[in-house]
Design a protein around this ligand. Structure first.
Ligand code: 9UX
Length: 72
């Protein structure tokens, strides 16, 4: 089963940042899709909660030097 979560992301200032964040997310085990929008600073990730959770997704983004928080 796949869940979908929206998150707000900080620290992205150019289009290459978007590619970087999407690339990080798409490589994570359990992540099945990720899109990030520079204009709105919002992203959406589809993930398998039996493999990865939101805290781990946030940590991966923050390890790359960005800030992230799920909306809920
Ligand atoms: Mo753009 Mo983002 O030059 O970390 S790649 S600012």
């Amino acid at each position: 089963k796949t869940l979908s979560g929206q998150f707000r992301i900080g620290g992205m200032t150019c289009a290459a940042c978007v590619n970087s964040v999407e690339g990080i997310l798409r490589k994570l085990p359990g992540v099945e899709g990720a899109v990030v929008a520079l204009a709105t600073s919002l992203g959406e990730v589809k993930y398998d909660p039996s493999v990865i959770n939101k805290d781990e997704i946030v940590s991966a983004i923050e390890d790359a030097g960005f800030e992230a928080a799920f909306l809920e």
